[in-house]
Design a protein around this ligand. Structure first.
Ligand SMILES: Nc1nc(=O)c2c([nH]1)NC[C@@H]1CN(c3ccc(C(=O)N[C@@H](CCC(=O)O)C(=O)O)cc3)C=[N+]21
Length: 308
């Protein structure tokens, strides 16, 4: 073998542009909204409920409301004080459940400690659970042969990024880092549903590095800034980084910048595909929320037309 041919370039990953993919899907959604408006004279509606004014929640909620406006989805907003009672919050949910112009209800998490989060999520009508956090939706996701009414947005976005980037899932070894109800567990079920062999690694797993290093597909959703180093990545793996961790950065006007759960610059030297933070999974999360809202409206409009 000549010296030239022995010199293999370090493989640099293809960056999965979540922003561009999300924009493409948003165009598809806008067209659907328009078609619904023409057919039924009505538009989809999304209600966003925010409790308190914690910095990043406010930002995300603002982004969700703007995205609705951009796509012609009607948005409903309720901002409640940090000390709102559980009963008052349940009342807000009940009103949106009963409002037929509202097809999706999102209660921004996390909620203040004095509120029983599960009780609130359980109260959201199954037909309007666009977050896919209702136990019946998560339960259906965990069952073979069942299709949930809604699949939660971040997990759905992760799968969409893999699929639209042409990453094969069937028969691959997938490792999910993190076991939260809102990301880790549903992502694991979705990957398994697409015939990956899935391992969930969590905070009590000994030697997580060794298990991650076996992953053809690695989804990091553990909320620890840059925990996954370059040498945790199997060469050629597809890496989906769900983490959005603010870390102090004096050079930024805001005083911080966002990093993922993966050390991006190291990982991209080994992976074949990788999502950046920001601009990877984040924009997809909001887009899937809009997509779920439009699906919900479509079901409601069809049902109403049928009933006439
Ligand atoms: N009921 C509920 N549903 C949620 O879906 C939900 C929630 N509560 N609570 C908080 C998390 C977090 N989340 C994000 C959405 C978009 C970005 C996003 O678009 N991020 C941009 C960057 C944003 C920035 O620059 O600050 C990006 O990654 O490019 C991030 C995070 C939804 N969440």
């Amino acid at each position: 073998m000549s010296a030239a041919s022995a010199q293999v370039d370090a493989p640099t990953a293809q960056i999965i542009d979540g922003k561009a993919i999300a924009d493409e899907i948003r165009k598809e959604i806008a067209a659907e909204v328009k078609a619904l408006q023409e057919k039924y004279g009505k538009v989809p509606g999304l209600a966003v409920v925010l409790v308190g004014t914690k910095g990043d929640s406010t930002t995300y909620v603002r982004m969700k409301r703007k995205a609705c406006a951009d796509l012609g989805i009607q948005s409903f907003s309720t901002d409640l004080p940090e000390d709102v009672t559980e009963e008052d919050l349940l009342k807000v949910v009940a009103d949106y459940n009963a409002n037929e112009d509202v097809h999706g209800i999102l209660v921004q998490l996390p909620l203040p400690k004095h509120i029983n989060e599960q009780r609130i999520l359980d109260a959201i009508s199954l037909e309007k659970d666009v977050d896919g956090f209702h136990p019946a939706n998560i339960g259906a996701l965990a069952m073979r042969g069942r299709t949930p009414l809604f699949t939660s947005c971040t997990p759905k976005g992760c799968l969409e990024l893999l699929n639209r980037s042409g990453v094969a899932i069937s028969g691959k070894r997938a490792v999910v880092l993190g076991r939260s109800n809102i990301v880790g567990m549903p992502v694991a079920h979705l990957l398994q549903g697409e015939d990956a062999t899935v391992t969930v690694v969590h905070s009590r797993t000994p030697n997580p590095q060794a298990i991650c290093a076996e992953a053809d597909i690695l989804v990091a959703a553990i909320g620890k800034p840059e925990m996954v180093r370059g040498d945790w990545i199997k060469p050629g793996a597809a890496v989906i980084d769900v983490g959005t961790n603010p870390i102090p950065d004096a050079s930024k006007k805001s005083g911080y910048r966002l990093v993922g759960d993966v050390a991006f610059s190291e990982a991209k030297e080994r992976a074949s595909f990788i999502t950046p933070v920001p601009g990877g999974v984040g924009p997809m999360t909001i887009t899937m929320l809009l997509s779920n809202t439009v699906d919900s409206a479509k079901r409601a409009f069809e049902k109403a037309a049928h009933a006439q």
